[in-house]
Each structure stands twice: as C-alpha cells, then as structure tokens.
Design a protein around this ligand. Sequence first.
Ligand SMILES: [Zn+2]
Length: 275
Amino acid sequence: MSWLLLGYDVESGEPDSPVTRQFIDALRRAHGEHDAPGTLFLCGQTLEHNVEAIRATMADGLFDYGQHTWSHVLFKTLWQVNDEGERIIPGGSVEEIAREVDRAQTIIRELLGMEVIGLTTPWGYYRGLGDRPELLAILHGNGIRFVRSWMRNEQDWVPVPLSRQPFRYVAQGFGDIMEFPLTGRHDCDWGNRLGFEPRAFDNVADYAQYVAGQLDVIAANDWAFVYNQHDTTTMRWDPEMVVVRRLIERARELGVRVGLYREYCEERGAAEGEV
Ligand SMILES: [Zn+2]
C-alpha cells in the first residue's frame, strides 16, 4: 500500500502574531473540505500562545498531534551547501535538547490533555538521528515512538530522494522508534520555486501540479510520501493551501491512502508481527 502522510510544523515564534491562528483556519478548511487526516507538530511556545485555536482542531476528528520542541532548537549542526553558498547553523547541546523535548511534552499534556508519540526535529538533518543514539535515548525516554528528522541530503539541503523510506532505528538500539524521512519537494525550497525572482513556477497551481507529480512514483512503488509545510510558509506563499489540496486529490486519483503517521506505524507493526 502507498501512503500520503501530511504533516505541519506549527512554530510561529512571536506571541502576538496572528500567523498560527490564520494557518489553523486555512488548515481546517482544506482538510475539512477534503475529509482528510493530517498531523500537527507543535512547538510548545506556539501552543502556549495559540491554545484555543489549536484546541479547536481536536473536535474535527481529522488531526493527530506531535511535538516540535519547546522553542525550535536544532538537534544537530547543519553545514548547508546550496545555490546561496555555504552556511553553518549551530545545533543545541544535549542538555538543552533534553529540556526542550521534556518541556514541549509537558505543555502538550497540560494544555491538550494528551501524550504525543511523534516529534519533528527543527530543520532536519542528513541521515536523521542515526549517528546520534544519545538523542534517540532522550526521545525514547519522553515516550516518542516516531520521528521526522531525516530531511536533508549530503549537502544538508533538499531534496532527499523519494526512495528513502521509513525505517526503524534498530542498529542504534531503538527498534521501536520509526523514522519518517521527509523526501522530495516540500516548502523548504518554496522561496526559489514560487517566490523569489527568477522563480521556477509562475503560480501556485502549476507548482502544486509539479509536487503532486511525485505521487505517481510513490504509487508505482508502494512507498510513503512524507510531506511537510509550516504555519509560516503556508501563510506567506500558499494561504489557500492549493498544494495540499492538490496532493490529496491526486493521492485519491491514484489510490494512495491519505493517513496519519500513527496509523502507518500501527499498520506496519501489525504487518511485521504477522510475518
Ligand atoms: Zn520547524
């Protein structure tokens, strides 16, 4: 079976900014009109500033929730090499990361009344957390059982090939944590494809068609397409969520299941148990 796994990093950092609330409205419309599930990965401080808007999504019956740390601290240092040159983006210390994960888990428990098992790392890295078992241990101790941390290629940039499919961190000693690499095109490169001059696409509908074209490859190989957008990028580039709507429509045309990360973990676990 092939899957479309839609996920959103909800992380706008400014306390008085309307961006997250505007995004939540757009998200509920897009997913509601398509009756499609999606997963929100919440920064703790963003939840604190937007608790009523985020709580309201719980009544829709379409959304699952994970965390995105308290304040968006990186787990690894990036050495990013792309058209704009080279750039170092420093990661946090192990102690800082441990505090961030625990604090986000705590506020989600307090404000939403749930224990989340999913986490998206800020920025994402080449090879995910495969070379950082001490960080996997922190996640495991906080109840995290799936993670989106492999989002970059060997240049710490995008895209990661579509063939890089979900796997478990068995060699690292955490076979009960599933990694969902973010592959292909997502909003990380929207600026130079949709926004800045010279841009590759004239309008968001053409860009949406291009992104949705990746689902043909996913369907042909029985793969999962792990997709991400941010509250901030959505409201800047695609406030009507044309890209997500086209992805959902194309998935359904192709028979690709639109599902939750949690469901994927459960179904794969069940399938492996039967072997
Ligand atoms: Zn983020």
